[in-house]
Ligand binder design. Structure first.
Ligand SMILES: [Zn+2]
Length: 282
């Protein structure tokens, strides 16, 4: 995409901790290589202190970036860093929440408004509703249920808001490479648009029988957020997994980054974007 070479979108990747189930070193390296390799973006990386270390100097220069790509679940940030991030988003910043980032910060009210819904970390009915897609519309479900996922498998993603810039011209459905399938995420779900869902079949263990939101957009102040639940990297993984090589994962990530940064998507849909019959990896 050489036409963007002169005016690249500035991305700050923030990473440095993950929970016991994930490996931020592998996922963040995969994100960095993919985003920098695309040609539309210029990415800087901010690595937080390790778990339990002093965060006093952790003050990313949010305003230097068009969009923040978060691959992080770990220690809380200093109040001043959180406040500066909230202000950046209120003023029209961009955020992409990648996979288990939506497990982070269960007690940070503004963060949960930004991501719309999240999982684990003690999130329950008090955190907000589950977001469902039933009979062609979003339904908020206040009933019980906490986040879970079946064992990784290939699953179908279905476009639900085809006129959203991120989804425009994408197929109605496509098969995603083997990955975790988050379900029962819950949160304030304010100003949230469901972009794509997947059916967590009731016949499989931890399947809910609901269309679970997997790609979402959220508005927070003047800011824009793209929330992708896709792209699991296990704690023992040492190489980029198929889930992150999946063209559906990569292209929706790139489109989400562009939209969160600019409010538009100018990227054409690539010829290798998958259909419903088989996943495609790069
Ligand atoms: Zn995961």
């Amino acid at each position: 995409m050489t036409e963007f070479m002169e005016n690249k979108i500035k991305v700050a990747l923030v990473t440095g901790q993950s929970n016991q189930w994930h490996n931020w070193k592998v996922s963040s390296e995969a994100l960095k290589l993919a985003v920098n390799g695309d040609g539309m973006f210029e990415l800087d990386t901010f690595v937080t202190p390790a778990e339990g270390e002093d965060f006093a100097g952790f003050e990313p220069t949010w305003n230097d970036y068009d969009v923040i790509l978060l691959d992080y679940e770990g220690d809380s940030w200093p109040e001043a860093t959180k406040a500066a991030f909230e202000q950046y988003m209120q003023d029209g910043g961009g955020l992409v929440s990648y996979h288990a980032t939506d497990n982070a910060f269960p007690d940070w009210v503004a963060f949960n408004e930004m991501i719309g819904v999240g999982g684990w970390g003690g999130r329950n009915e008090a955190s907000g509703p589950k977001v469902r897609w039933r009979k062609g519309a979003v339904v908020f479900d206040d009933g019980p249920g906490e986040a879970m996922h079946p064992d990784p498998f290939e699953y179908l993603l279905e476009t639900r808001t085809p006129d959203h810039p991120i989804m425009r011209d994408l197929p109605e459905a496509w098969l995603h490479a083997i990955d975790e399938q988050y379900s029962q995420l819950r949160g304030p779900a304010k100003n949230l648009t469901v972009l794509a869902t997947t059916m967590a079949g009731p016949e499989i263990e931890n399947g809910t029988g609901e269309n679970e939101p997997m790609l979402m957009s959220i508005e927070y102040g003047k800011g824009r957020i793209f929330h992708t639940t896709l792209g699991h990297v296990g704690a023992a993984d040492t190489e980029t997994p198929l889930a992150m090589k999946c063209v559906g994962f990569l292209e929706t990530l790139f489109r989400g980054l562009e939209w969160a940064a600019t409010g538009e998507v100018t990227r054409p849909v690539p010829d290798d974007f998958p259909g419903a019959d088989m996943p495609v990896v790069r």
